[in-house]
Each structure stands twice: as structure tokens, then as C-alpha cells.
Ligand binder design. Structure first.
Ligand code: GLN
Length: 195
């Protein structure tokens, strides 16, 4: 199994390390693969879209001509996890900030995102999250994090922080508003490998 990590911008190496750790923890064979071309996308079994800056990542996806193959593979059932800026890109709808910056979303998941949901006072913080996936709370690392304002159809809320949805799942797709690759806890990546 080859787990791709999209490497056009953002927190790539941390995801590569966490995928390695999750594979070892689960006793699975497979390896992470850094991807930035259409050929590389064709050769993977799942894909992680990391955090960074959603407008920039979206533009680089187009610059590299990757949009069509990412969307097609996601629609065909390949597991894709978007974290932070990647979470924004997974959505079908965005807030005014997404509109104003002309950020083209991948439109894979039935949800609406707010691109910078936590404001200036809370630019970066950690919070223990209750999730429907794990028994014990997950240490969420939030960095200028988005949130999920609305989900519909088959999209399911997996975690909330206060009133805001910060993790959602839909069949083979996972949207995570925080940075699970920075938390030192492999459970979100293990869940993703299970998809
Ligand atoms: N809010 C940022 C954006 O959408 C994402 C921040 C991050 O990935 N750390 O561009």
C-alpha cells in the first residue's frame, strides 16, 4: 500500500513520519510517498493533503495539472484525508474568505468550511478533543485553523470543539481542521489507514 502525501506546499515531512509510525503501529506493510505529479497520483492507494495555505495549495494543484486526477480518484473511492488547509479544499462550499480569495475547492465532501474560524486571539492552540472515533480524547493542534460550518447528505461529524465541527468523514474521505501530524499521536492516521 502506497500512501501519497501531496507535496506542493505545507507540512509534508511530518505527515510522512506519522504515516510511517501508524503503519508500524498497525503492523501493516506499505510506505508513504511524496507526490507532486499526475503519474505519481495514479500510482498511490490513498492521499493526504496537508496544511499550509489553501489558496496557494489550490493554485499549485492547478499549476501541476493535478486537480482532475485527485478529484477523479477521490470520487472513485480512493481514501483522501485533508488536514487544515487540506480540510478547506475537501469541501463543496466555503465562506466569504474562500470566495474573496477565489480559492477553487476540490468539492469532494458535502460540507461548508470557514477558512479561518478561530480568529486572532486563538491563532494557535492545543485542545483535547472528544471524537466519535476514539475512546480517549485526541490532542488537537490548531494553527490558524478552519472549521466545518455545515455538513449535509452523507457527511458525518466526527469531532467538535465547542460548537464548531473540526473533523468530518464521508465514506472514503476525511476532513480534519487541526494538524494530527503534529500531535505526536498516530490515531487519526491509523484511522485513515483503516479507510
Ligand atoms: N486557514 C489556513 C488556510 O486555509 C490554513 C492554515 C493551516 O493549514 N495551518 O489557508
Amino acid at each position: 500500500m502506497k500512501i501519497g502525501v501531496l507535496a506542493v506546499q505545507g507540512a509534508v515531512s511530518e505527515h510522512v513520519e506519522m504515516v510511517d509510525r501508524a503503519l508500524r503501529g498497525l503492523g501493516r506493510s506499505g510506505s508513504p510517498a511524496v507526490v507532486r505529479t499526475v503519474d505519481q497520483i495514479e500510482g498511490i492507494d490513498s492521499l493526504i493533503i496537508p496544511g499550509g495555505e489553501s489558496t496557494t495549495i489550490s493554485r499549485l494543484i492547478d499549476k501541476q495539472g493535478l486537480r482532475e486526477s485527485i478529484v477523479k480518484r477521490g470520487q472513485e473511492g480512493m481514501p483522501i484525508m485533508g488536514t487544515c488547509a487540506g480540510c478547506v479544499l475537501m469541501a463543496k462550499a466555503g465562506d466569504e474568505d474562500v470566495e474573496r480569495t477565489d480559492t477553487e475547492l476540490l468539492s469532494l465532501m458535502d460540507m461548508k468550511v470557514v477558512r479561518n474560524a478561530f480568529g486572532r486571539q486563538r491563532e494557535s492552540f492545543e485542545a483535547e478533543l472528544d471524537t466519535v472515533l476514539f475512546e480517549d480524547p485526541f490532542p488537537g493542534v490548531f494553527i490558524r485553523a478552519p472549521a466545518i460550518a455545515e455538513v449535509w447528505e452523507d457527511c458525518r461529524v466526527l469531532a467538535r470543539l465547542d460548537e464548531l465541527v473540526v473533523m468530518a468523514g464521508q465514506a472514503n474521505l476525511l476532513a480534519v481542521a487541526f494538524h494530527p501530524e503534529l500531535s505526536g499521536d498516530p490515531r487519526v492516521h491509523e484511522h485513515f489507514l483503516d479507510l
